[in-house]
Design a protein around this ligand. Structure first.
Ligand code: ZN
Length: 208
């Protein structure tokens, strides 16, 4: 069924997304969304917790698209950001050790170095274990998180950036890394809107 799809997340990440959606929207909410998104094969049948790359990018983007269609652009955006935060908290348990960011040496780094090293380790996780491509660039006091191949807006066409789940994910990652500080995180460009990359700009100094 998915053999014509070129790019995938590992099953584990698909599972994390669905479980995180349940946390935010409830089980019935996810059910309704999957039905509307014509993804009935996922109903009560989430992917297995393994590393096989079998969760298509198109499934990820269909679900985020449907969030906006059902809840409106504003409501869908808020939900996607909350789902992104939940994804980080669920994912860190499974991927934190792999990234080395739960180690004491990392935790003792000063904040700017920690944000920098954390972003790079996080990008490397996507590059190594998924078909998503991420490049991190420093520009003045900001970090640019360039998603060069993005599952969230895969094959979508929009007028403005729509990868809100990634914004929530990065916000929560920064909150966790910094021990509870809040950073400005904003998606400035989006492949779905015709840009070359989905670029999320992170202000390296926390707001509070
Ligand atoms: Zn995108």
């Amino acid at each position: 069924m998915t053999d014509h799809q070129p790019f995938f997340y590992p099953n584990r990440m698909g599972r994390i997304i669905l479980l995180s959606m349940e946390e935010v929207m409830g089980r019935n909410g996810v059910h309704a969304l999957l039905k509307l998104a014509s993804l009935p094969s996922l109903l009560d049948n989430y992917p297995t917790d393994n590393t096989e790359r079998a969760f298509p990018f198109s499934t990820v983007s269909t679900m985020t698209d449907m969030l906006e269609q059902v809840y409106g652009p504003h409501g869908g955006r808020g939900l996607a950001m909350r789902i992104g935060r939940a994804c980080f908290n669920n994912g860190i348990r499974q991927y934190g050790t792999q990234m080395g960011i739960t180690e004491m040496a990392f935790r003792l780094l000063p904040l700017p170095a920690k944000v920098n090293a954390g972003a790079k380790a996080f990008a490397e996780l996507f590059n190594a274990y998924t078909d998503q491509k991420v490049r991190v660039e420093e520009e003045g006091n900001t970090l640019l998180w360039h998603i060069e191949r993005c599952p969230l807006c895969w094959e979508r066409h929009t007028h403005e950036p729509v990868c809100h789940l990634a914004v929530g994910l990065l916000q929560e990652a920064l909150y966790w890394l910094s021990g509870g500080k809040v950073f400005t995180v904003e998606e400035k460009t989006c492949i779905a809107a015709g840009d070359e990359t989905c670029t999320i700009v992170i202000d390296q100094s926390p707001i509070f």
